[in-house]
Design a protein around this ligand. Structure first.
Ligand SMILES: Nc1ncnc2c1ncn2[C@@H]1O[C@H](COP(=O)(O)OP(=O)(O)OP(=O)(O)O)[C@@H](O)[C@H]1O
Length: 678
């Protein structure tokens, strides 16, 4: 039996655990979909019950599945493909401890639990025995890549000697293949010989890691099975060579997760870089417009160059934990594999398109329609269709040349353009704003006017109080200095407080009276300042509402297309006015300018409100949530005014605010605002 499909497949496998997070990970019965839910903020240990959900679709998802089944579903066809001359590549990736080594190598203590590599070696030699018509030679190499350093796990030469000989390097061959110069290649004649090398390499990896003080899960390992096959019966049959790479990638933890530093940080950086380069290489392979695939960016991608894409069967296995504590990493790994899955879909579709184009070409040549192009229309072709449509509409022509679907679509587009009424240019914003205040926005404009009047009244009262308190202070100072002079005149030594002269007594009593008055005025001033601040806040709110409502009205009335307006009318999460119009319509900057100017002018009398408004609007646009506007308004800080203030600064409670002002609060279209303001 032979199997060879040049393709990439993506799988997910969960490591079994007693604490499987069944409320967060759900495998759907189709055997291909896994839904993962993540509680927002769980990482920061913030109590937050909001869930983010993802649905990932793979070639297959494996949960509680035996090693035997994994091999049959994932590796069997790739191994057979290699025996037929197709390169193969099986890669396991995922976070440390998620089961990559278990999947690739398996648990060595238990035969049933052996992984893909020993099973692949077994199958290769069984096939060698079966395929008696072929002389098949098998070679093994075992490469470790640690921090971009290449290590030969089967070398008999000590590391220092190998370095003295020039070390190892990745070299490209003329036919597009790659080989690692300096990496030992071992011919094996039986399954057992091959397994010996596998275990030896594994052991060398552990010893190397131990002596060099590094963690074996921080390196990538590639066991390559090189196969050469020659027909014993057909002298002219091709001599086939292939390479099957079985890759156990390093754990893919995020940098920040374990607070890595020093060596750990360096390792994590290398791993992340090489995995990201691997991803880039796979994405580039899927993009047919890319002529260059960046294989040389890392040792890993360079070494795998001839096992990715092209004439190669590739399998990606995402190993994940099933526990809630690891759910974020799980999402990350699943997303990574999903991306690969997407590019595989793209590649498949591109192949299909290619095939269909070829069929069309044959069909056209049989139907004598050679020279017909199915590519995207050029500007000249579009202009030609436009001309023909116009001639058809004004009656000078009865025909329009159409030979393919793209042209039909373009004809319809041109008809629509020609027949739809040309949109009138929107009026200048400053002019429209006046109309808006007189009609649609009259109620808000009226309330803004009233609130401004109240604010002016309170500001006047504050000025009076400040003048009054300053006057009292002056009187106090005068009375004090007069009293002091009086006492000096009498002479301090002879002065008897019990025998106070009438003039002096009058002065003392006046001073006491003034001090009481000063304290009373001071309190009143405090309340008055609080009122002014609060009135100012309400005026700002009204002003912002007015501008927002205006912007919304202007967009809806003059800028949004009928389609957009229909969506807005239908409700949903988009609220008019919260769509940044620049984004929705890509307005040119100079058209926005007058409105910015208007906005600044409107806010000019209280400059403090401008940054407030701008920042607030930015937050709204960023959050893009309908209630965002209201919430932001309600929690916004109160503004100070430029009114004269007494020398002592105080804070005032909001309980002094008169009820009449609360009635004019516009927050949250009614109730929400008034709740929060009291
Ligand atoms: N599917 C599974 N069934 C049974 N045991 C498993 C399975 N997957 C993993 N294990 C066990 O979990 C432990 C960790 O697995 P493994 O060493 O394969 O993780 P890993 O992803 O290769 O980690 P590292 O990145 O550190 O190499 C091992 O004891 C392994 O036997």
């Amino acid at each position: 039996m032979s199997a060879h499909v040049s393709d990439v497949k993506v799988f997910i496998r969960t490591r079994p655990t007693a604490n499987f997070a069944k409320d967060l990970i759900q495998y759907l019965p189709d055997g291909q979909t896994v839904n993962i839910h993540l509680r927002k903020g769980s990482r920061k240990r913030v109590v937050n019950n909001q869930l983010c959900s993802w649905s990932f679709r793979m070639d297959r998802v494996f949960h509680d599945v035996s090693q035997e089944e994994i091999y049959a579903s994932v590796a069997h066809s790739v191994v057979l493909g290699a025996l037929d001359g197709y390169n193969g590549n099986i890669m396991c990736f995922g976070q440390t401890g998620a089961g990559k080594t278990y999947t690739m190598t398996g648990a060595t203590k238990n035969y049933k639990e052996r992984g893909i590599i020993p099973r692949a070696l077994q199958e290769v030699f069984r096939e060698v025995e079966k395929r008696t018509n072929h002389a098949i030679s098998v070679y093994l190499s075992f490469l470790e890549i640690y921090n971009e350093t290449l290590v030969d796990l089967l070398s008999s030469v000590p590391l220092e000697e190998s370095a003295a000989l020039g070390g190892m390097s990745i070299v490209e061959e003329a036919g597009g293949g790659v080989f690692v110069r300096g990496l030992s290649l071992h011919q094996v004649h039986s399954e057992e010989e091959a397994l010996n090398l596998l275990f030896e390499g594994d052991m060398n990896r552990i010893i190397g890691a131990h002596t060099l003080n590094r963690n074996s899960s921080r390196s990538h390992c590639i066991l390559s099975i090189h196969i050469e096959s020659r027909s014993r019966t057909l002298s002219e049959a091709k001599y086939l060579t292939s390479k099957l790479s079985l890759v156990d990638l390093a754990g893919s933890e995020r940098l920040g997760k374990t607070g890595s530093e020093g060596q750990l940080l360096k390792e994590a950086t290398y791993i992340n870089k090489s995995l990201s380069f691997l991803e880039q290489a796979i994405l580039a392979l899927a993009d047919r417009r890319r002529e260059h695939v960046p294989f040389r960016q890392s040792k890993l991608t360079h070494a795998l160059k001839d096992c990715l894409g092209g004439n190669c069967n590739t399998v990606l296995m995402a190993n994940i934990y099933g526990e809630a504590a690891q759910i974020e990493e799980t999402v990350r790994v699943a997303m990574y594999s999903q991306k690969e899955c997407l590019c595989i879909q793209v590649r498949k579709l591109q192949k299909e398109v290619e095939l269909l184009k070829q069929e069309l070409f044959i069909h056209d040549s049989l139907a004598n329609r050679m020279g017909v192009s199915y590519d995207t229309l050029t500007d000249r072709q579009v202009a030609e269709i436009q001309r023909q449509v116009r001639r058809y509409l004004d009656g000078t022509s009865n025909e329009i040349d159409i030979i393919n679907i793209r042209q039909i679509q373009e004809v319809f587009t041109q008809f629509r353009l020609a027949l739809s009424p040309s949109p009138s240019p929107p009026p200048p914003k400053a002019e429209a704003f006046e109309d808006f205040k007189a009609e649609h926005g009259s109620e808000i404009a009226r309330i803004l006017k009233e609130n401004k009047a109240v604010l002016r009244d309170r500001q006047r009262r504050l000025r009076e109080l400040t003048d009054g308190i300053n006057e009292t202070k002056r009187e106090i100072d005068l009375a004090s200095s007069t009293l002091q002079l009086q006492q000096q005149r009498q002479g301090v030594s002879t002065h008897n407080p019990l025998l106070m002269e009438e003039e002096e007594l009058t002065l003392v009593l006046r001073l006491q009276e003034l001090k009481v008055q000063y304290r009373r005025q001071h309190e009143e001033l405090g309340s008055s300042r609080a009122e002014v601040n609060y009135c100012q806040h309400l005026v700002d709110q009204c002003r912002i509402r007015l501008l927002m409502e205006f912007e919304s009205w202007y967009n809806e009335s003059f800028l949004f297309t009928e389609e957009v307006q229909a969506v807005l009318r239908a409700g949903g999460s988009i609220r008019p006015g919260l769509i940044p119009v620049e984004k929705a319509l890509s307005l040119e900057n100079d058209k926005q300018e007058p409105f910015e100017h208007l906005r600044r002018e409107l806010l000019a009398d209280e400059p403090g409100a401008l940054p407030y408004y701008t920042a607030h609007n930015r937050v709204l646009q960023r959050v893009g949530h309908p209630t965002g506007a209201t919430c932001a308004l309600l929690v916004s800080p109160r503004h100070s005014t430029d009114c004269p203030l007494p020398s002592t600064q105080q804070t005032y409670s909001r309980t002094t605010i008169p009820t009449v002002l609360q009635m004019r609060n516009l927050g949250a279209r009614g109730e929400r605002g008034s709740q929060s303001m009291t």
